[in-house]
Design a protein around this ligand. Structure first.
Ligand code: SAH
Length: 466
């Protein structure tokens, strides 16, 4: 079952508890903080609930459950140890379209309680939809240990300044930039250290500062596919972006890390397809940055390796737009690691040469295959090899590249769809024919090590023809 997460305002809403065991008591204490009107139906209640009742914080009905107790109730939490009674209440509440949660019985819940990390007014809710409660608890504990105890105070203090900031910055994007700067700077530190006056001074100074909002372009390498291979800095930058222009090689895992309200523009170039031109991409980058936006150009692998990153930065420079580059793990590095192929090894390879398999090299017109073929003690990594397999094969063969040299073809490397085919150079064309985009070609003696060193998806999808 899928659950939609949402936060409900329970201010003065009636919440009925039937049964009042330990779990119910915990929830009652939390719901009181949320200003809900709690009514407990139970013959017996614990001492702490009696105290709450005396303090008029909850109502207590000292009877069995009756259907008419559901009148005007918003939520029902059932926590008796009588299964048939629980079932009866669940059915009655469902009929009346009242939200109901039968404690510890997922099949009788129209809503569930998430695990909560609370730094009031900040609340982080975690749920696995009932599939893995222990995992949920572990995630909760992780978050719990990373959020400072009085973080919520920063939010409460900031709230008082919201209308003031709104008056000062009419556009929401500028407000967001303002708050990002505040929450990343000394303001939070001062609040955490209990120096509220200093914190307010920081806010005041920042509001008064004359603002020139400048856009910027960040070229970010997304790595070869596995979301875990995105750099920490890359993550921080994409989470602050107003606009993200991304390629077809950027995995959906990485795309899901982009801020939800950022504008995402797909500008992928796929071989043999009609696509957006480089000039059009440059134009969007410049236009957005000139509007004062934080623009991220997100590319598969590393932006400077066969990614036209340099060209885009030259344009940014020409238009006097600030830019930065956050490198990514290029596929030669990432994909070879996931295929268990060390690119250098004292006994097999003294270096790496990285080339692309395109027929035309814009500087020289043609790769220098004669020199490349001589590198028998090196690892040759070829990007975009699929469409020119005959060309690559013929050129290397004509220059006496060994027909029995081990080769690896890796499709969608570092992702769960990774497919690895190991063979020898003689069979390059027929093997490449089996592969889909994106595929990386590695040639060299180190490839023979993958049999031993393969670790990722090592129990599936590994076709060794060696
Ligand atoms: N900037 C990218 C390369 C872009 S060129 C980088 O640094 O990796 C596109 C080529 O990269 C593809 O044709 C393929 O050869 C290679 N490639 C990119 N991601 C890959 C992946 N996950 N698995 C295999 N090859 C990949």
């Amino acid at each position: 079952m899928n659950y939609f997460p949402c936060f409900i305002n329970l201010d003065n809403k009636k919440v009925l508890f039937v049964g009042a065991g330990k779990i119910a008591v915990r929830k009652i204490f939390f719901l009181i903080k949320m200003n809900a009107q709690i009514i407990v139906v139970s013959r017996k209640i614990s001492n702490n609930l009696i105290k709450l009742h005396r303090e008029k914080k909850i109502d207590w009905i000292d009877t069995n459950f009756f259907e008419n107790q559901l009148k005007k109730i918003f939520l029902v939490i059932v926590a008796t140890d009588n299964n048939s009674l629980n079932k009866y209440i669940y059915e009655k509440t469902k009929q009346k379209k009242i939200l109901v949660n039968v404690v510890d019985d997922r099949s009788k819940c129209t809503f569930i309680f998430p695990s909560i990390v609370e730094r009031f007014p900040i609340i982080v809710a975690v749920s696995s939809g009932g599939t893995a409660p222990v995992l949920t608890k572990m995630i909760k504990e992780k978050i719990e240990s990373t959020l400072p105890m009085n973080l919520g105070k920063s939010a409460l203090l900031a709230q008082k300044w919201r209308s003031h900031v709104k008056l000062k910055f009419k556009k929401s994007i500028y407000r967001r930039h303002f708050w990002e700067k505040i929450f990343e700077g000394m303001f939070v530190n001062h609040v955490l250290n209990g120096n509220f006056k200093k914190a307010i001074k920081v806010l005041n100074n920042e509001i008064k500062r004359k603002k020139v909002i400048k856009g910027e372009i960040s070229l970010v390498g997304a790595g070869p596919g596995d979301g875990g291979l995105l750099t920490l800095k890359g993550l921080q930058v994409i989470q602050k972006a107003d606009v993200v222009l991304y390629d077809n090689l950027v995995s959906s895992e990485i795309l899901s890390l982009i801020r939800k309200d950022a504008k995402k523009i797909y500008v992928g170039k796929e071989a043999k397809k009609l696509c957006i031109s480089q000039e059009e991409i440059n134009l969007i980058l410049i236009k957005m940055a000139k509007k004062g936006k934080k623009v991220v150009r997100l590319k598969g692998g590393d932006p400077f390796i066969f990614g036209r990153g340099g060209e885009e930065l030259e344009v940014a420079k020409k238009f006097k737009i600030n830019f930065q580059v956050i490198p990514g793990i290029t596929s030669a590095i990432g994909v070879s690691s996931y295929a268990g192929i060390p690119l250098t090894h004292r006994n097999y390879s003294s270096g790496i040469i990285i080339i692309n398999g395109c027929k035309k090299n814009e500087i020289e017109g043609k790769q220098n295959w004669k020199s490349i073929s001589r590198l028998k003690n090196y690892t040759i990594v070829i990007y975009m090899p699929r469409l020119q397999s005959t060309y690559i094969f013929d050129e290397l063969k004509a220059n006496d590249y060994p027909l029995d040299m081990p080769i690896a073809l890796i499709e969608q490397g570092t992702t769960l769809n990774q497919k690895t085919v190991i063979g020898i150079f003689k069979n390059l064309k027929s093997l490449l024919f089996l592969m889909k985009s994106p595929t990386l070609l590695i040639l060299g003696k180190v490839v023979s090590l993958s049999k031993n060193l393969s670790w990722f998806k090592s129990d599936t999808n590994q076709n060794s023809l060696l």
